[in-house]
Design a protein around this ligand. Sequence first.
Ligand code: ATP
Length: 273
Amino acid sequence: SKAKLFDEKTDIKTTFKDVAGLEGAKEEIQEIVEFLKNPQKYTNLGGKIPKGALLVGPPGTGKTLLAKAVAGEAQVPFFSLSGSDFVEMFVGVGASRVRDLFKQAKEKSPAIIFIDEIDAVGRARGKNNMSGSNDERENTLNQLLTEMDGFGTNTSVIVLAATNRADVLDKALMRAGRFDRQIFVDLPDIRERQEIFEVHLAPLKKAEGLDTSFLAKQTPGFSGADIANVCNEAALIAARYDKQAVDKQDFLDAVDRIVGGLEKKNKIISPEE
Ligand code: ATP
């Protein structure tokens, strides 16, 4: 049976409201939403719609969420895949899978293609890699470049790619007409963490007086994904004690648990704020 390389979603409900903080990134990416909603408006004047943007930042900061929100805001289909899938799962067929993906996206255009972990396939060419699948990876990368160069000015497919290692990427990816825009998606500051808590607390039954600014203070160095975990963990802890609502102590216990997990992963919590 043929394994599926990419996922196609239509009618996405995620919007910028689901993305807390990241005001600068949202502002920059808003332009792409406008292009997708009304490509003719731009091409009529002779402008060229950008083909790609690179979302750069640490793990769990909302890069995937932001890309999905672009598709949700513009109401276009969202084709997504992970760079590591190319090289690990489809040895020998990476290039043809890339062709397939672009063909389908073009048929449904305007559309978004989202490539997570682009560094897995987009590392600088001609360097040794330990997986031994160098040729395969290079073929796949070359096909990706060919596809991006190939679509004309009136094909409104925009490729968003995410990485936390922009430094290792092949410079050819960043050339004009490819991923020539970089959008930085950083760890949240204290105010942004409070906003992220507000998003992820919304579906919970909370004890009265729970203070999100307190929670933001307790979580320096946490990513949005870590905060989403804290909220879920807190709800599970409260349930275990048969509580009717999730309270401050449950959050503190959840924070301890997540910090424990992060320390195991050797992540350094910065003594910020
Ligand atoms: P990775 O580099 O590990 O793929 P990422 O940057 O793509 O991470 P996401 O997958 O978008 O991160 O984030 C994981 C989850 O964390 C999201 O689905 C969401 O629940 C939560 N999250 C992360 N950032 C935010 C944010 N800014 N606002 C609200 N929720 C967030």
